[in-house]
Write a protein that binds this ligand. Structure first.
Ligand code: GDP
Ligand code: MG
Length: 367
């Protein structure tokens, strides 16, 4: 079973793969480079958007490839949170043998510091206070905390959507710079490695560099790319991408979109238009609306998720940059405060650095 619930399929033939590797590019008909959206309303901070992936990164990611390397990187990324949760909890017990109100208050503060969020921390404290009679040392508290966190994660974060349409259309959205394009590249690579035929629609048409970045990823993954001229209507690109995906018998269509602030209503309306245009071409699509969040933004990620969800009804989340954050606690906050499954986590810039979220593995990395 692939990451988007593909049906088991026979291995593709070598010649199929060779065709796939060509990275077939579909150009838009007319060229009006001057026809760029006005104002930068859209795309504040767009300059920060990354250039195409570097070969060097690909090499270094290979060293980290596999489940074990991924776990090591996740653990390293969560080091700061882990310190708070282990060392500081032990400190709470110096000179004390029981869990009283003062200790619970200090613990709540620690949880909030590790970016678990106020509401979620209060929730955890309430659960722990009910078991306080059973706790007389740090080890016991940590093990209870671990199982309570796991239950918070497990409630909302283990849902597996099974998508059986052909092609499955995944629309990827989020604020600028969170890792949408990179995540698409990684997803494309994983699906292609599983023997799927993948097509990427470059519906971030705001500037040429965005499409170039995507085309490097597409080529790497051996995926087809559908692109129009710069500044083209992103809804038209998405439409053409789905149409080409259907015509070519593709398994997975990934639609990249321009980054936008969740508070800009005109830009959220543009996203809705892209979604409608996908639906028009293929009823029932998009089958997944994947919101990408950057873990280093901490609690703001929760606000992004709720506003994007209001506009688009997100079906799954991807959380990137867990390698670079001190704020791993955000995962718990996201899972417990939003009713949207966390499906993928990213711990680096390489193709191998994206995995399906596994709550148990995450809690193990946290403590
Ligand atoms: P987009 O604007 O949402 O499409 O974001 P990009 O995909 O262009 O990514 C922005 C930057 O974040 C790039 O430099 C990526 O290499 C980097 N990035 C993406 N995912 C991760 C991740 O999981 N970890 C780290 N450390 N960097 C990441
Ligand atoms: Mg992008």
């Amino acid at each position: 079973m692939g990451w988007f619930g593909k049906k088991e399929k026979e291995e593709r033939t070598a010649s199929d793969r060779a065709v796939q590797g060509k990275g077939d590019i579909h150009e838009g008909q007319s060229a009006h480079p001057q026809n760029q959206p006005a104002g930068d309303d859209t795309l504040s901070g767009r300059a920060a958007e990354a250039a195409a992936p570097k070969g060097e990164e690909a090499d270094s990611s290979e060293k980290h490839s596999g489940k074990k390397g991924f776990f090591t990187r996740l653990k390293r990324g969560l080091a700061k949170t882990r310190n708070v949760l282990n060392t500081d909890i032990e400190d709470l017990f110096t000179g004390k043998r029981k869990v009283d109100e003062v200790l619970l208050e200090e613990l709540e503060e620690l949880l909030i510091t590790s970016d678990i969020g106020v509401q979620t921390s209060m929730n955890l404290i309430e659960r722990i206070s009910k078991q306080s009679a059973d706790i007389s040392e740090a080890g016991q508290l940590i093990s209870i905390l671990k199982s309570e966190i796991l239950s918070l994660l497990g409630d909302t974060c283990l849902t597996e959507t099974s998508l059986q349409a052909t092609p499955r259309v995944v629309m990827v959205i989020g604020v600028n710079g969170v890792g949408k394009t990179t995540t698409i590249g990684k997803l494309a690579a994983k699906a292609a490695a599983d023997g799927e035929k993948v097509l990427i629609a470059a519906a971030d048409t705001f500037r040429a560099a965005a499409v170039e970045q995507l085309s490097v990823w597409a080529e790497r993954a051996g995926a087809d790319l559908v692109r129009h001229r710069d500044g083209a209507d992103p809804a038209a690109v998405a439409f053409d991408g789905v149409e080409a995906g259907m015509a070519r018998g593709v398994d997975l269509v990934l639609v990249d979109t321009a980054g936008r602030l969740q508070t800009k209503t005109n830009l959220m309306a543009e996203l809705k238009k892209i979604k409608r245009s996908i639906e028009t071409k293929m009823p029932g699509a998009p089958h997944e609306i994947l919101l990408v969040l950057d873990a280093t933004t901490g609690q703001n990620a929760v606000s992004q998720a709720s506003l994007f969800n209001e506009a688009l009804e997100i079906s799954a989340l991807a959380l990137t940059k867990l390698d670079g954050t001190a704020k791993g606690g955000i995962v718990i906050s996201i899972c417990s405060s939003l009713n949207i499954p966390l499906k993928f986590i990213g711990v680096g810039e390489g193709i191998e650095d994206l995995q399906m979220f596994d709550a148990r593995e995450f809690v193990d990395a946290l403590f």
